[in-house]
Design a protein around this ligand. Structure first.
Ligand code: UT7
Length: 330
């Protein structure tokens, strides 16, 4: 069966840099605490009028340019996010409209930090089956607007950043392309990383009471997330290797979801590779949820960390819990 291939990859981050020193002014935290626990030194936050679809458009333009594909030639848009511009409809339709694309299919995919790997798996199926020749896959997040920058919420507030990454998938004409994807979930961990409201669980689905109870802000059981992440990342990386009869020596680069440098270091140790094989840009961007993997791919490619014919492995873990991996021959 024909493989799907990423022909273009691009990213966009907002201009405004928020350093740890900036956060020290808003809450009881220190640069030392943040760097030691997460590796993060700075992140980018949007200004007041920029939304996830705005960042998505910019990333998509860059990906389309690299792929040499015109917006009107895109046949399907998959927009991976948990911070869409509106509660409904999803932001994919805004990409269609803002970029002047035809009346093609467009939908959002909400798999949190695993969003891009889940989205890649879906896009891959459409291309492999021949249903679509050009799929635009976007991961875009504006998380900063959901965070509360005070001492009570400092565990979350210091970790997340805004950004977008995009990929253009088309059929491959050789052995390169997406080799495999593997997706997993365990919903018993729903409340270990979640934003409870608004939602259909409540009557009414949004109210002053929900806000007064603080349910409109995200909550994280950091230790449980950490404990599961350092187990699930190695498992799913190994699954990708085994499925394709590859060993770690055959892989040029592992691109994990950029959650936290300490998680990536623990994963590298468990799978027995040095950090030179595990890409990391969380130090300057923080955790950008569904955008982190395509941004990292885009940066790693432009830095020459992988190239034509190289095997790379994407691996993700996040809220749900969800996790997954993709093996790609570039
Ligand atoms: O895509 C997945 C996204 N999530 C993650 O990647 C998070 C995974 N989890 C982690 O990386 C870590 O659990 C954290 C970095 C979130 C926290 O590190 P920890 O070593 O697990 O710290 P902790 O939660 O056990 O908290 C230790 C202390 C607490 O104070 P007390 O109760 O010991 O007095 C917290 O209140 O650190 C305090 N704390 C902070 N202190 C300064 C929590 N956040 C901060 C902060 N600055 N930003």
């Amino acid at each position: 069966m024909i493989r799907s291939k990423i022909r273009g990859i691009g990213h966009a981050v907002p201009d405004r840099v928020v350093t740890n020193a900036d956060l020290e002014k808003l809450m009881e935290t220190t640069d030392e605490w943040i760097v030691e626990r997460s590796g993060i030194k700075e992140r980018h936050h949007v200004d007041s009028d920029t939304s996830a679809s705005d960042l998505g458009v910019e990333a998509a333009r860059n990906a389309l340019e690299m792929a040499k594909v015109k917006p009107e030639d895109v046949e399907l848009i998959i927009f991976c996010t948990i911070s869409s511009d509106y509660f409904f409809p999803g932001s994919a339709v805004q990409i269609q409209e803002k970029m002047g694309m035809k009346n093609i299919g467009a939908f959002d995919l909400r798999a949190a930090c695993s969003g891009f790997v889940y989205g890649l798996s879906v896009a891959d199926q459409f291309v492999r089956t021949g249903a679509h020749k050009t799929v635009l896959l976007i991961g875009a997040e504006v998380q900063s607007v959901a965070l509360t920058f005070d001492t009570e919420h400092r565990d979350m507030a210091v970790l997340f950043g805004d950004g977008a990454g995009a990929a253009v998938l088309q059929p491959s004409d050789d052995e390169s392309g997406v080799l495999s994807t593997h997706l997993h979930s365990d919903g018993k961990h729903l409340q270990d990383l979640w934003l409870p409201a608004p939602g259909s669980k409540y009557r009414p689905f949004m109210s002053k009471k929900l806000i007064d109870d603080g349910l409109h802000t995200p909550f994280m059981n950091g230790r449980e997330v950490f404990r599961n992440a350092v187990t699930r990342f190695p498992e799913v990386i190994q699954e990708a290797l085994d499925h394709n009869s590859l060993s770690m020596e055959d892989v040029a680069l592992i691109i994990p979801h950029q959650a936290n440098l300490r998680i990536s270091q623990a994963v590298a140790k468990r799978i027995g590779v040095g950090m030179d094989k595990v890409y990391s840009n969380v130090q300057k961007l923080g955790n950008t949820t569904a955008a982190s993997i395509p941004i990292a791919m885009s940066e790693a490619l432009s830095e020459g960390k992988f190239g034509s014919g190289d095997n790379i492995i994407l691996a993700a873990f996040g809220a749900g819990f969800t996790w997954g991996s993709a093996a790609i021959r570039w």
